[in-house]
Design a protein around this ligand. Structure first.
Ligand code: 5CA
Length: 447
């Protein structure tokens, strides 16, 4: 028997504090909607608690990221949030990172820090246990909280101080093998964002404090984005990556990456109007949200921290490395920026907290309660994720709340319909409504 009943919940028992008023502190729509839909609450500046509904979305996003990393051959593990300052002194970044790094002293007066990223720690782990080129290639990733003491945390989870990130790290013998690792992540990223209903555009980017000479940011276009971006119109119509990809086919992957990088696409740090080859009519100037960032930095950390292997000819070489980040918590807000209307969120099915919102229009009415309870039990048994609004209260409130939280389907049950043997099925994204029998509705929602 399936003992997990978290996928079928009753609103009367669920902790889902929705708000009618728009919170004054929220400047952008995703932040407003996440607060109003009872997804998050601020704990302190740039630090959030994830309430049950928001937590479900975060876990959905995380799981898509995980599946696509695994498919691309990366292996999941887990590093801690708190790190020792020693490694960061060896790499030279302890000073470089400046005030963005949260520094902590333990009871023995040892300098510690809350990790803003993990290049140093993973390089040390690798250096201690890998000696031979035969152990390469490797790509290890974890999904873990990070802390960056941003000067201006804002826009809710989009620019937090504590945030949830997937970070992967690749290790290869030479630069061409390193390029293969980079390409795998590049394609995995396109697939990951496509599964969330997002059209992410890869753009040449500045490498900042991570370093290296090769880097792409993945941005989705949104008016509230923090970056200014310049790209060829062609990207707007490119097919998202849904086709199966053979991650063992190095050449096939390289060709795909070439196709996705053949047109001009730059963030403002890299864009030079004098050198931009795109005709004015074809150039899109927009704002974007950075949802992922990948780097190839060669031996920057392996030299500094002694990650070396013995090569096929017995030579001692520093390994080639890259790192690959996805902003998992930021994506929650980014998806809402890309998918909402004046009534609330419109979740793409892949990341929706529940697939179905069951609305009982006349709680306490025998026929309505019986029909709703029956459908709820059927959906629970079938594994269909359902939130049942079984509260006493006005229909208008239930409708408004369900629109706000944006589940893909609403299943509306009222006394008048039941007399005619029908319930109403409403698609949140298209707004289409249909009257169908309860059985027909259930079979549609199960399929
Ligand atoms: N070590 C590299 C790759 S693993 C790295 O840290 N890259 S990063 O700095 O670009 O961060 C990776 C992703 O985390 C970004 O693309 C962004 O989506 C997300 N991110 C970065 N800073 C924040 C923040 N303050 N709040 C929310 N998400 C953030």
């Amino acid at each position: 028997m399936n003992r997990d009943n978290s996928n079928a919940v009753r609103r009367s028992q669920y902790f889902l504090p929705t708000l009618k008023e728009t919170p004054a502190e929220a400047q952008i729509v995703s932040h407003r909607l996440m607060l109003r839909a009872g997804m998050v609450r601020q704990a302190s500046a740039g630090i959030y608690s994830w309430l049950p509904l928001g937590f479900r979305v975060l876990k959905k996003i995380e799981q898509i990221v995980r599946e696509e990393q695994n498919l691309a051959g990366a292996q999941e593990f887990l590093m801690p949030t708190i790190q020792s300052a020693d490694l960061w002194k060896q790499s030279g970044r302890y000073d470089d990172y400046g005030k963005e790094m949260l520094r902590i002293t333990d009871r023995h007066a040892r300098e510690m820090l809350y990790g803003p990223t993990n290049e140093e720690l993973i390089t040390e782990i690798f250096a201690n246990d890998v000696r031979s080129y035969r152990d390469l290639p490797k790509n290890l990733y974890h999904i873990q909280w990070k802390f960056r003491d941003e000067v201006r945390p804002r826009f809710g989870v989009m620019r937090g101080r504590e945030f949830y990130m997937k970070d992967a790290y690749s290790f290869d013998l030479d630069a061409s093998a390193g390029r293969v690792a980079y390409n795998k992540m590049f394609i995995a990223y396109l697939r990951t964002f496509a599964r969330m209903g997002l059209q992410a555009i890869p753009m040449r980017a500045d490498t900042g404090p991570i370093g290296g000479d090769q880097s792409h940011e993945f941005l989705i276009l949104a008016d509230t984005g923090e970056s200014e971006v310049f790209c060829h119109r062609a990207y707007l119509d490119m097919d998202v990556m849904t086709a199966d990809v053979d991650f063992a086919d190095d050449q096939g992957l390289a060709a795909m990456v070439d196709r996705w990088t053949e047109h001009y696409a730059m963030t403002d740090e890299m864009h030079d109007p004098a050198k931009c080859p795109v005709a004015k009519d074809d150039l899109v100037e927009a704002r974007g949200i950075e949802v992922g960032h990948i780097f190839f930095f060669g031996t920057k950390y392996s030299e500094a921290l002694g990650a070396r292997v013995v090569g096929p000819q017995g030579e001692d070489t520093a390994v080639q490395m890259g790192s690959y980040g996805i902003g998992v918590s930021r994506l929650t807000g980014a998806i809402i920026e890309a998918s909402h209307d004046e009534n609330g969120i419109i979740w793409p099915a892949g990341v929706a907290p529940f697939q179905v919102g069951l609305i009982n229009l006349r709680q306490g009415d025998e026929a309505c309660d019986a029909a709703c309870n029956g459908m709820f039990d059927t959906m629970r048994a079938a594994g269909t994720e359902v939130l049942y609004d079984d509260r006493d209260g006005r229909a208008g409130v239930k409708f408004a709340d369900m629109e706000l939280i944006g589940l893909p389907w609403q299943l509306i049950v009222g006394p008048r319909g039941l007399k005619n043997g029908v319930v109403e099925l409403k698609n949140r994204a298209s707004g289409e409504r249909e009257e169908v029998s309860a059985e027909a509705a259930l079979s549609r929602l199960a399929g």
